[in-house]
Design a binder for this molecule. Structure first.
Ligand code: PRP
Ligand code: URA
Length: 206
């Protein structure tokens, strides 16, 4: 269930953002634009319900989203996607999940979680630009499912084949949307060619 979003505008933004000399403000702007451009593909199969619509001339029928969307960034890098998703989904609620990957074990270490109380009835869109080993995304879904989430999907920017395989094995029913599937991981668990450390580049912490 991996959907590669191969739109030329997205691919051109992604190329600019990957470059080592792309400065922080440009990196953030490009990531935000990519996020907005991803939204139609990520939400294309969301369920709607038919509602009456009272135009100035007559009553007609239209649609509303059947379930509220909860945007769920994995801290920190997932925050780089948030405003771009909000641009097209302004009524969404937000859940935050703090996970830091241990640089030696490469395992995710949870440090924060705050979700709206209505997870079960909502469409949860997990946001994380990087799917490397897959450990963080697998853990995030596990925590959300434990809290009652039933409708989940994952949006990422760059995915490694290793991370896709791990995620699909753990959560085969959760669709993954990504703008790139890169070659592999290096021996430190970084994606090649990748873009380096997304959180550090977003927040200037390198
Ligand atoms: C990065 C990235 C993902 C995770 C991916 O976050 O944003 O959450 O690594 O790696 P994985 O697939 O191997 O788990 P990191 O833990 O470095 O935290 P940060 O966003 O705060 O920099
Ligand atoms: N996290 C990142 O930010 N980049 C990678 O390449 C792997 C994990």
């Amino acid at each position: 269930m991996v959907h590669l979003i191969d739109h030329p505008l997205i691919q051109a933004e992604l190329t600019g953002l990957r470059c080592r000399n792309c400065p922080g403000p440009e990196f953030r702007q490009r990531l935000r634009r990519i996020a907005s451009l991803m939204v139609p593909a990520v939400t294309a199969d969301l369920t709607t319900r038919i509602v009456a619509c009272d135009t100035p001339l007559e009553v007609t029928s239209g649609v509303q989203m059947a379930r509220r969307v909860i945007l769920t960034p994995i801290l920190r890098a997932g925050l780089g996607f948030l405003d771009g998703f909000f641009d097209l989904l302004p009524d969404a609620a937000v859940a935050h999940i703090g996970l830091a990957r241990n640089e030696e074990t490469l395992l995710p270490e949870p440090y924060y979680i705050k979700t709206p109380p209505t997870l079960a009835e909502c469409e949860v869109i997990l946001l994380d630009p990087m799917l490397a080993t897959g450990g963080s995304a697998v853990e995030a879904v596990r925590r959300l499912v434990d809290l009652g989430a039933t409708h989940l999907r994952l949006a990422c920017l760059v995915a490694a084949p290793e991370g896709i395989a791990t995620f699909e094995a753990a959560w085969p029913e959760v669709p993954v949307f990504t703008t790139a599937i890169d070659r592999c991981l290096n021996d430190r668990g970084y994606i090649l060619p990748g873009l380096g450390d997304a959180g550090d580049r977003l927040f200037g912490t390198a």
